[in-house]
Design a protein around this ligand. Structure first.
Ligand code: GRF
Length: 201
């Protein structure tokens, strides 16, 4: 059985959607893959309890316990390497990862960003879309590279921006789509990897 590891920082709603889809769509049986662990950089991440309730190994690596970003990233990399992950999924993981970490997991490191990249990389994406007068917003699943929020795009979902929208109402509309987009993007990735010549993950 191959391992996927999911990194979270907060509510973990995307992680929960991915875990649910992995069970309902029988990823273990179809691709020989399981969600092996959920790791957070915050002990108060609500997603940890969700993962634990699903019998998934959880861990907290508190970034504040490390002297430098590089030291934290090295510890996180070592922890993840213990699972020999075929895929590392950033799901609401609010840390910028060092170039060494990103290159170590190159080709098997993905993220979801709450905008239609390349528009609105960075933070406060929904307010910025509203302030700019965008008529559409959405989310992007992309490969993670050293260029923050700008790796190759794997999938996108679009939602309308409504006249009365606030950042909160738009965020909620986008998040609903994220919960469909991310699991499907991962399943498509697994399916391609599984059916590739010599198709072993
Ligand atoms: C989501 O908007 C996601 O796009 C961003 O983090 C937010 C929270 O995600 N990366 P989650 O509920 O913790 O999965």
């Amino acid at each position: 059985m191959k391992n996927i590891v999911i990194l979270i920082s907060g509510s973990g709603s995307n992680m929960a959607a991915i875990v649910q889809t992995s069970v309902q769509h029988r990823w273990a049986e179809r691709f020989g893959v399981r969600i092996a662990a959920v790791v957070s950089n915050r002990a108060d991440s609500e997603g940890l309890a969700l993962a634990k309730a699903q019998g998934i190994a959880v861990a907290v690596l508190d970034h504040k316990a490390y002297p430098t970003r590089e030291a934290f990233d090295a510890a996180l990399q070592a922890h993840l390497d213990g699972y020999v992950p075929v895929l590392v999924v950033l799901a609401g993981f609010m840390r910028i990862l060092s170039a060494d970490f990103v290159s170590h997991f190159a080709g098997r490191l993905i993220n979801i960003h709450p905008s239609l990249l390349p528009a609105f990389s960075g933070l406060h994406t929904h307010q910025r879309a509203i302030d700019t007068g965008c008529q559409f917003a959405g989310a992007t699943v992309h490969q993670v590279t050293a260029d923050l929020d700008h790796g190759p795009i794997l999938a996108q979902a679009v939602v309308p921006v409504l006249p009365q929208d606030t950042a909160a109402t738009l965020a909620a509309r986008v998040l609903t789509q994220e919960h469909l987009l991310y699991p499907q993007a991962i399943e498509d990735w697994l399916s391609r990897a599984h059916s590739a010549p010599g198709g072993h993950l």
